[in-house]
Design a binder for this molecule. Structure first.
Ligand code: 5AD
Ligand code: SF4
Length: 336
């Protein structure tokens, strides 16, 4: 177990040899606790409509340049069937945030249909933002059993540098939502972005320790990537690391440190890593990460889910074959 001081020391250490050691240790810990195999989640970005206005995200409601969509129930089910037939044990239904009854009922219906056609076998993870306890329960009872909700940054004052301070963006509501998900019984995932404007190394250490404090079951964290149609774009030069290779090192350090802190959880090798290094995904899987989320959103809509610039639109199916790790096909990959 690392202390805060040790984490800060690792994060500031520039030795490549030390980094390799840290990553190979983390890999060993991952294999011991989670096995050799990588778990797959098919990511279906079923709607990019969002009521929020996060200052960093291309899907923010004020961005009128994005053309908005929601997949029909049939389109979602088609993607889910395709995922199921391709050997994915689990899917992630991701969308922007909406809290209206029509949306909530739509998601409930889709969850039930997926459970029905897969004979309860396909695991469902939701990533549909902050909702009230009643909604989270409705979706849980319909058959979703995991939920992803990043806290984005663990300190309140930093949170309000990334979000407008209004009723849609409350730091305490966000943290309480994560706690509610856990209380209901979801396997709960959270995470944060790093290399944000004005970020200090101490902030990253605190974010990592906060994941431990929340005792989450899954983590997805990734580098902040500026999007040109967002307010935070103005601050893009205030990020600490300018070189992609340095950001990649930070990514690997964060994953490896977290694997040391939380040996039993699922850690995703996130899509954003692929933007900064075309081997980013593989490197992360060799440094403590054990989950991959290939994008199975229908091709024609994928480019509209533009949370940051240059998001890869890769055809992931074909690429899986080249992974240097065994893949746990048809397995859900629960940690408990
Ligand atoms: N760069 C990197 N990640 C981003 N996200 C949103 N905007 C960006 C960006 N510009 C991440 C947030 C959110 C997740 C769905 O995408 O962490 O939780
Ligand atoms: Fe909406 Fe999520 Fe983007 Fe915020 S980060 S604007 S909640 S899609």
């Amino acid at each position: 177990m690392f202390t805060r001081e040790e984490i800060i020391e690792i994060l500031t250490d520039e030795s490549d040899d030390n980094l390799s050691l840290l990553c190979s240790d983390a890999h060993r810990i991952r294999v011991e606790n989670r096995g050799e195999s990588i778990f797959l989640r098919a990511l279906i970005e079923f709607s990019n409509r969002c009521q929020k206005n996060c200052l960093y995200c291309g899907l923010r409601s004020s961005n009128i340049d994005t053309s908005r969509y929601i997949l029909s129930e049939d389109q979602i089910i088609d993607s889910a069937v395709k995922s199921y037939n391709s050997g994915y044990g689990s899917i992630v239904l991701q969308s922007g945030e909406r809290r209206d009854r029509e949306f909530i009922s739509f998601v409930t219906k889709v969850i039930k249909e997926i459970k029905r056609f897969s004979d309860n076998k396909l695991g469902i993870t939701l990533s549909c933002g902050e909702q009230n306890e009643e909604t989270y329960r409705e979706w849980f009872e319909a058959g979703a059993h995991r939920y992803l909700l990043r806290f984005e940054t663990s300190k309140e004052e930093n949170y309000y540098r990334l979000h407008p301070k209004d009723r849609f963006h409350s730091y305490s509501d966000r943290i309480n939502a994560i706690k509610t998900l856990k209380k209901i019984g979801y396997m709960t995932g959270s995470g944060f972005m790093y290399n944000l404007p004005n970020e200090r190394v101490e902030d990253i250490a605190d974010n990592l320790l906060f994941l431990k404090e929340l005792n989450v079951d899954m983590v997805g964290m990734g580098p902040y990537i500026p999007h040109h149609e967002t307010p935070l774009y103005e601050e893009r030069n205030l990020v600490r690391l300018k070189e992609k290779s340095d950001i990649m090192k930070l990514a690997l350090k964060s994953i490896a440190i977290l694997r040391h802190l939380m040996p039993h959880i699922n850690i995703a090798s996130t899509t954003a890593l692929q933007v900064i290094d075309n081997q980013g995904r593989e490197k992360a899987l060799a440094s403590g990460a054990n989950v991959l989320m290939p994008n199975l959103t229908p091709d024609t809509l994928r480019e509209n889910y533009s949370i940051y610039d240059n998001k890869p639109g890769v055809k992931e199916d074909s690429e899986l074959i080249s992974l240097p790790f065994p893949i746990a096909y048809n397995e859900c990959g629960d940690t408990i």
